[in-house]
Design a protein. Structure first.
Length: 323
């Protein structure tokens, strides 16, 4: 039977290794020697009577017991953070979180996180594009964002921590006049020879356009040419109507007037969404965001892979191995 008074230091060691999946990086994050970190993990495993990590010479991975412990450990440490904050005399500074767009997966995570830490101020931003947001995070002008982390440059990703949120099915936004608008779903093969807009030319969303390019190449879909950068829903709708092309989106993307959103199938292409923040950042809001993603992913199967789904191996690897 596990002890009722597990040392929070052991749980912090566990979470650091679970986030980094690398003992050297986790030790550096905690400012402790790697030997001390390994000792704490072994002690926690003895106390719980469970193996938490599978260790090889090449990688570290969570065991099923480690995955099971993860949300509990976060909740315990969140409570410790709240307790410390309650007597610190100074609330944590506001956390700036870019959601890319309103009403989608990231907005739901933020809403749940606000419920978990009502005493914290989590401020939403809607700038669009993880490529842009990652640079802002590293510059200290933004704290966290969401999107396809595998699409970031390796040097940029080295300064960030990531936490998998969801494999989000892709969809197609179609004008009502388009022949495919009458379908309930659209098979990828039906788009062969079609021209689809996926943000080409927008440097803020390069990670999304790169993912689309990989998908389009396999099904002979043409990439629509760049259009002027549109800020706001009304401007985006106007520019899209002028171009007349279907738009690659995700199933939870808010539909625009005069359009319909149709899921893509055969196979289901996935957009991998991760929570991203600056390495070493400690803030109760970040802990709440991670806890919120774990709760929603577990409740709604966000990290369950559909059978035969499409996703590049590099994305799948990063989603399975937190960096």
């Amino acid at each position: 039977m596990p002890p009722a008074d597990t040392d929070p230091r052991l749980l912090r060691a566990f979470l650091a290794v679970a986030d980094e999946l690398h003992f050297t990086r986790a030790a550096a994050r905690l400012f402790v020697a790697q030997q001390a970190l390994s000792r704490d993990i072994r002690r926690l495993e003895r106390e719980l009577g469970a193996e938490l990590f599978v260790r090889t010479t090449r990688q570290v991975a969570l065991t099923p017991d480690g995955e099971r412990l993860l949300p509990y450990a976060r909740r315990v440490l969140d409570a410790h953070t709240e307790l410390a904050g309650a007597f610190s005399g100074a609330p944590a500074r506001p956390l700036l979180v870019d959601l890319n767009s309103d009403g989608a997966t990231a907005a739901r995570v933020l809403g749940r996180a606000r419920e978990l830490v009502p005493e914290c101020e989590l401020m939403a931003r809607f700038e669009s594009g993880l490529t842009w947001a990652a640079a802002e995070i590293l510059a200290g002008r933004l704290d966290a964002s969401f999107g396809r982390a595998a699409g970031l440059a390796r040097a940029v990703r080295a300064g960030l921590s990531t936490h998998p949120v969801r494999y989000e099915p892709m969809a197609l936004m179609l004008p009502l006049s388009h022949p495919l608008a009458e379908r309930e779903t659209v098979a990828l093969a039906e788009l062969s020879g079609e021209t689809v807009y996926a943000g080409a030319g927008n440097e803020r969303t390069r990670e999304w356009t790169d993912l689309a390019a990989s998908l389009f190449a396999e099904w002979d879909i043409a990439m629509a040419p760049p259009v002027p950068l549109a800020v706001g829903v009304a401007e985006f709708q106007r520019v899209m109507e002028k171009g007349g092309h279907p738009v690659l989106a995700v199933v939870d993307f808010p539909p625009l007037p005069g359009t319909v959103l149709r899921p893509l199938v055969d196979p289901v292409p996935l957009s991998p969404v991760s929570l991203v923040w600056r390495k070493g950042l400690r803030h109760p809001g970040v802990d709440a965001l991670r806890n919120a993603t774990d709760q929603l992913a577990l409740a709604e199967g966000w990290l369950d892979l559909p059978s035969g789904a499409w996703l590049p191996e590099s994305d799948l690897s990063l989603m399975r191995n937190r960096s």
